[in-house]
Structures are given as structure tokens and as C-alpha cells.
Write a protein that binds this ligand. Structure first.
Ligand SMILES: *[C@@H]1O[C@H](CO)[C@@H](O)[C@H](O)[C@H]1NC(C)=O
Length: 312
């Protein structure tokens, strides 16, 4: 009788111990799982943050002046400027793609911020871009990986542009300058825009005040910017390999389209694949569909292009 009671009791306690142990084990297992999940989650954030900081962020400066704000800046803010914010919001990041006007006016009315630089005479327009890049060099060098300059009548297909800029084969330790290469083989055309990486801005930045005050660097903005960069590079390195404007390595050479605002080619805007010639170029290689930027989009063409190609 006592023996059987003992057996029942020990069987019960054995069951109790087993249950307690398995509950404990389950608890520990869940804890381990949770903690590893947390580590993985942290890793994902770090990787995304790294991508953002290293190669996914772009600050695009739009050269404009007070008299054009109401028409041209508004058109930028209504079209690709608005899409820049959509990219930003979707990625839930503070600085995915940022578009800013170069002007000392408050441009929040157009949904975009400004870089405070005073208007200059047309003949010294290059100074505005120089000063804007200097401001950006001083304030935002580490916040963006790419820095672009376009005009207020330039349309930018941001999704396409980001695809080229996110090319993993690009070497960010090298100074890079992308755009449509000019006749000198060094500078980029200013109108359809040019984009440089952080390394390039970090080289030219400290020398911008010198270039601004030196008569040797007066002239068209696009040519003189490249000239200043060449000078700055020569002062920094002695290998003579100063950066030159180049097309995207993964591109086809027709990314930066320049077609005059009153050109009859604008009649083809709805035909994405139709090839045409452009001014100062006799090859039939340009098309609205293949381009990444389009200059000069005026008289409502900014809206037309946005409707046709804004999401392609
Ligand atoms: C930079 O250096 C190269 C090679 O030495 C030279 O040909 C070029 O004239 C220099 N440019 C400037 C702006 O100093």
C-alpha cells in the first residue's frame, strides 16, 4: 500500500518535473530565437543604412533665378521634384533623393528647399553654381553620395538615374563625373546636367573660393567647373589623371539629351523609340525614351514628359 502510494507519487513528480523542464526549454528556445531575430533585424537596418550612406543618395541642384521661379521652378516641383519626394517617402529615409533650387528665395511653395545663393548677372551665372557647390561641400558633403547640377528646364527620370548611380561596379574611391562629354573631352554639358560622387566634390570643394576669385576660371559654367576640378585635382594629386566627364559605364551614351526647347524634334516626344538627330550632332541616335535627362523642356513640355516617361 505504502509502496504503491510512493510509486504514484514519484510518477506524479516525474511528470511534474518533465512538464516544468519542457516549459523551461520552450521558454529558453523562444528567448534564443527572439534574440537572434533581433540581431538579424539590426543587421538589415545596418545594411540599408550603409547603402543609403554609400551609394543610394543624391542631392540634385536646380539652377534657377527669381524671374523663373513661378513657371520653371513650379514645373520642376510639380513633376520630377514631386517624384523625388515619393522615392524618399517610400524608402522611409530622410535623404534618399533631394532636389533643391539654387536661389536665396524661399522655395517651399514649390514643395522643395533651396540652397541660399544670390542671383548674379547672366554673364557670371557660373558663379551661382560654384557657390552652390561650395555651400553643399561645407554643409552636406557627408549626407549624400551623389551631387548633381541641372537647369530649371531640365527633366530628370529619377528611377533611371538611380539605377545607373547604384551600379555596384562603380568605384567610389575614384573621383567620378558623369554627363554628356563636351568637345574638350573633359567637361560635361551643363544643360542636360552632370553628376559627381562625393570623392569628386571633396576634391574640388576646398578650391572653389580660389576659382571664384581667379580670372582664369571665368566663363561658361560647365567648362569652368571642369577646369576648377582639374586645377583642384592637380593641387591634391600629382599623377595628372584628373577626372573627365564620362557617360555611365552601364549606359548607351544617349542618357543626357539636349534638344532645344523650340526644336521640331519635340513633335516626337510621344514616340519613345524613334531616333532623331540633335543640334551639333549628326548621328540619328537620340530618343526621348532612352534618355535619362531631357533639356530643354519648356512651354508645358516638362509636364508632358513627366506624364509620358515619369515612371519609366
Ligand atoms: C593639370 O595637370 C596636367 C598634367 O600635368 C596638365 O596637363 C594640366 O594643364 C593641369 N591643369 C591645370 C588646370 O592645372
Amino acid at each position: 500500500m505504502v509502496n504503491s502510494l510512493k510509486r504514484v507519487f514519484s510518477a506524479k513528480s516525474f511528470l511534474f518535473i518533465c512538464t516544468t523542464l519542457s516549459v523551461l526549454l520552450l521558454f529558453i528556445f523562444t528567448l534564443i530565437q527572439l534574440s537572434t531575430q533581433r540581431v538579424d533585424f539590426k543587421k538589415i537596418i545596418e545594411v540599408e543604412g550603409h547603402q543609403r550612406g554609400e551609394s543610394r543618395t543624391l542631392l540634385s541642384l536646380v539652377l534657377t533665378s527669381k524671374e523663373y521661379l513661378d513657371v520653371r521652378a513650379r514645373a520642376v516641383g510639380d513633376t520630377w521634384g514631386l517624384k523625388a519626394k515619393a522615392i524618399k517617402d517610400r524608402r522611409n529615409s530622410d535623404s534618399q533623393v533631394e532636389v533643391r533650387f539654387i536661389t536665396d528665395e524661399d522655395t517651399s511653395e514649390y514643395g522643395l528647399k533651396n540652397v541660399p545663393v544670390e542671383d548674379t548677372e547672366y554673364s557670371t551665372l557660373y558663379k551661382k553654381t560654384f557657390k552652390a557647390f561650395y555651400y553643399v561641400y561645407q554643409h552636406y558633403l557627408n549626407d549624400f553620395e551623389w551631387f548633381m547640377k541641372v537647369d530649371d528646364d531640365t527633366y530628370v527620370k529619377l528611377h533611371r538615374l538611380m539605377k545607373h548611380l547604384n551600379n555596384p561596379q562603380l568605384d567610389h574611391n575614384e573621383p567620378l563625373l558623369f554627363g554628356r562629354t563636351g568637345r574638350d573631352g573633359v567637361s560635361c554639358w551643363g544643360g542636360p546636367g552632370y553628376v559627381m560622387n562625393r570623392k569628386t566634390l571633396s576634391i574640388v570643394g576646398p578650391y572653389i573660393p580660389y576659382c571664384l576669385s581667379n580670372a582664369a576660371f571665368q566663363g561658361p559654367e560647365d567648362v569652368q567647373f571642369a577646369h576648377c576640378l582639374e586645377y583642384a585635382y592637380n593641387q591634391t594629386y600629382s599623377d595628372g589623371n584628373h577626372p573627365r566627364c564620362q557617360g555611365f559605364p552601364d549606359g548607351h551614351g544617349q542618357e543626357f539629351l539636349h534638344v532645344l526647347s523650340n526644336s521640331p524634334q519635340w513633335e516626337r516626344v510621344g514616340y519613345a523609340d524613334e531616333l532623331f538627330k540633335v543640334e551639333e550632332d549628326h548621328r540619328w541616335i537620340w530618343s526621348f525614351g532612352k534618355s535619362v535627362t531631357i533639356h530643354s523642356a519648356l512651354h508645358g513640355n516638362m509636364y508632358k514628359v513627366d506624364t509620358l516617361y515619369g515612371s519609366s
